[in-house]
Design a protein around this ligand. Structure first.
Ligand code: MF3
Ligand code: CO
Ligand code: CO
Length: 277
């Protein structure tokens, strides 16, 4: 998860509909009806992320972000997919500064000028999921803070640009890692993107590092997330005693951006992108 850890046996559930089986990995191929539902779920998640992003201010707590996500998700008619997921205690992950992912909202964690914070929203709308995140820079920030947020966004977008029928996951990871390295940054290896659809986390696991010529070959109708976690320093991570919060071992900054994408013959469709107003 959050992405997904390389092997999450709890996430290997039953599938309905068409699927392809590749070395024991079963990946659902979505049909037109399901794709339409994915569009609606993606739009709901994206609208909640936008709503939150417009309201972030120094002095707010990360628990305030949870309250915003809880209320807005309800307004969209959806449910927060993350609440209770393997016991996760909140509706949203809030990952500040050296937190890589899975940060738990907390009333005592106050956003201050110069912080960066990733807000990761996943919405279940009518049984289909949309998953997206963005790293927001709070007020005036250091060049390093602005840089890591920019590079993480560029890494995600470069990865998405490589998504099309026939592409291999290892090649998509290569594009992402190359962009991070070019900028002197590193990519987290222990977590990645994931298949998504009737569940938030499905097969396949989507690595964000190079594994050229390896990995699943994408087919039109597959839905995956691209969500690289990019570090200013080393790629090593550790999990804190709360068993959720993932931080950089060197405590340097980490940033992440995420979209849900559906593979098409020509390329891809991003479900968590809002139409320009
Ligand atoms: N939305 C996260 C992801 O991108 C999922 C986090 S799982 C949770 O895959 F349990 F921490 F919420
Ligand atoms: Co995800
Ligand atoms: Co997410």
């Amino acid at each position: 998860m959050a992405g997904s850890a390389p092997h999450d046996p709890n996430d290997l559930g039953r599938r309905r509909g068409d699927s392809v089986t590749l070395s024991c990995v079963s990946i659902e191929i979505l049909g037109p009806k399901e794709i339409e539902k994915m569009r609606l779920a993606g739009k709901a998640a994206a609208s909640t992320l936008k709503h939150v992003g417009e309201r972030l201010r120094p002095g707010m707590s990360t628990l305030d972000i949870d309250a915003l996500v809880r209320a807005h998700t309800k307004e969209t008619g959806g449910k927060p997919s993350q609440l209770g997921y393997h016991g996760f205690p909140a509706t949203v992950c809030t990952s500040r500064n050296e937190v890589v992912c899975h940060g738990i909202p907390n009333a005592k964690e106050i956003l201050k000028e110069g912080d960066i914070v990733n807000v990761d929203v996943t919405t279940d709308l009518n049984g289909f999921h949309g998953d997206c995140s963005a790293t927001f820079v709070i007020g005036e920030a250091s060049e390093d803070a602005k840089k890591i947020a920019r590079v993480a966004r560029e890494c995600r977008d470069a990865g998405i640009a490589a998504v099309k029928e026939g592409a291999r996951l290892g090649d998509i990871g290569a594009v992402i890692e190359a962009h991070a390295k070019k900028n002197g940054c590193s990519v987290v290896r222990d977590f990645g993107g994931h298949g998504i659809g009737r569940k938030m986390h499905m097969d396949p696991h989507v690595p964000h590092y190079a594994d050229p010529g390896k990995g699943v070959r994408l087919k039109a109708g597959m839905a995956i997330t691209i969500e690289p976690m990019v570090n200013l320093g080393r790629s090593d991570i550790e999990v804190l005693d709360d068993d959720w919060t993932v931080v950089t071992v060197d405590r340097k900054l980490s940033a992440q951006f995420e979209h849900t994408v559906i593979v098409t013959r020509e390329g891809h469709e991003i479900t968590t992108l809002l139409p320009a107003p």
